[in-house]
Design a protein around this ligand. Sequence first.
Ligand code: UD1
Length: 375
Amino acid sequence: MDIRILLVAGARPNFMKIAPLVHELGLCDGNIAWKLMHTGQHYDYEMSKVFFEELNIPEPSYFLNVGSGSHAEQTARVMLEFEKVCLKERPDAVVVVGDVNSTLACAITAKKLDIRVAHVESGLRSGDMSMPEEINRIVTDSISDYLFVSERSGIKNLEREGRRKEQIFFVGNIMIDALYYSLNKLKSERKSKPEFFKRWGAVHHEYAVATLHRPSNVDNNEKLRDILSAFTEISKDMPLYFPVHPRTMSNIEKFKLNSLLSDSGIIITPPLSYLDFLSMWKDSSLVFTDSGGIQEETTGLGVPCFTIRENTERPITVEEGTNTLVGTTKSGILRAYSLFKRGVRKKGRVPELWDGKAAMRIVKQLFEEEAQRHS
Ligand code: UD1
């Protein structure tokens, strides 16, 4: 009998975690029947479709088209629509990834229909309950049946929260699977300089890259102004590429901060595709970010990363990788930059099981667990 799996994706940071699973499931010889469902939490071409194209993810079988809204609205809309899909498909297990609202909404919906839930990137904790993602992580993990962990801190966190050892599987980091896949793709497909360099400026040997989208950094006028003025200062010394997230762009406009950017050496771009962004940051001197995934990817390739947050749910990137937490003030960011310029740099190493084979371990384990339940 076939094991039936429903994969869930919703927002930009989900797509690079779903792609390796889709590729791995594609290699399975008939014992697993799977379908992909996209909630539509992210819907712009450059926030969604281009990732499907570049990461070779097939068209989803279902697209829920939930769009933006408050947390409650967005979560509720996903739940209402996903319930219909679950009732129609009746999968044995639903696989959710990461920590976005779609992850939480689909985990709750499936579990209440007595469908098993597998959570990929389980166990990460920032300890910061003001982050919506932290709530999503804790709730999702508390009801999931299979907990797939990317770094050892996740095992400790889950055990502390009372999860059983037999449910926890240390499989490595699936983001790194997508990273290696895409590096190969870049090598084989792109012989010339990435298109964005031609579009947005000369190729510099030394440049910085920045991304910023966390509500705690971009929804407050003073905070956003402070961080952007740090970027402005840095751009006087080194070109700084800044692909701007839609949330951040709408706040820059709302708080009238455009002039701060236009009077600087910052090179503003729209959100970039996965391959364009990878081409950009992999050869950069350093990256500033408040993203979760970029902390891991930079550690994967040994690029210095300065994280504009007070905490991280991915401590291994700081303990073993190239990541440094610099806080969210202008002075903190500039202090970190000045140390970097003086040659203070972390060497970093690639953490355990960040080897491009996480999806293989996940699919194998999921198959074995489900096969046991069917027998
Ligand atoms: C979501 C995730 C966050 C993740 C981030 C990456 C949650 C709670 N947050 O935050 O963990 O790091 O995605 O991007 O799930 N918008 C568009 N086009 C789109 C999508 C969004 O213009 O395709 C705009 C809308 O105005 C929307 C805003 O961006 O209101 C924010 O989108 P939303 O999905 O609410 O959260 P993110 O900030 O993207």
